[in-house]
Design a protein around this ligand. Structure first.
Ligand SMILES: [Zn+2]
Ligand SMILES: [Zn+2]
Length: 146
């Protein structure tokens, strides 16, 4: 991620009372450079291999802080778990495969417009939304993950 962008992330974290040590800066940069839709468990395993001296509790706390500050978005899985992704992309919604757990991104103008129309009818100002559609993907290699 560009230096200027990570600087503004650091500013925001500091403002919320997060103590920024060198290790935590490395951690934040590592998280924000992490591509795809990942679980906190897989992230923690990678972090602990690459950055020395980071406790699991710190990793969980940092992810939750970054999410609250909208630097990460969360996708709810059916089993109660969550996947995270860096919120650098434009808005999109997700199909979640219940068999292989893969996540497919999509964006559909009609759906977006329809949501705004429904909100308007209800006299509701729509600020944000999250859509997760669950099913089975039928891609090669789609089989239950455990
Ligand atoms: Zn699948
Ligand atoms: Zn996504």
């Amino acid at each position: 991620m560009p230096v200027s962008q990570s600087q503004s992330v650091f500013e925001k974290l500091k403002a919320s009372g997060f103590r920024l040590t060198k290790t935590r800066k490395d951690l934040v940069e590592f998280i924000l450079a992490h591509r795809g839709h990942w679980t906190i468990q897989s992230l923690a395993a990678e972090v602990q291999e690459k950055i020395k001296g980071v406790g699991v509790a710190t990793i969980y706390r940092t992810v939750s802080l970054l999410q609250r500050q909208n630097f990460l978005t969360e996708t709810q899985m059916r089993d109660g778990g969550a996947r995270y992704e860096v919120a650098s992309k434009a808005h999109h919604d997700h199909f979640v495969c219940l068999r292989c757990q893969r996540i497919f991104e999509f964006e559909n103008d009609k759906i977006e417009t329809l949501q705004k129309e429904v909100a308007k009818k209800l006299g509701f100002t729509l600020l944000d939304h999250r859509m997760e559609l669950y099913g089975e993907c039928n891609r090669a290699g789609c089989k239950p993950k455990n």
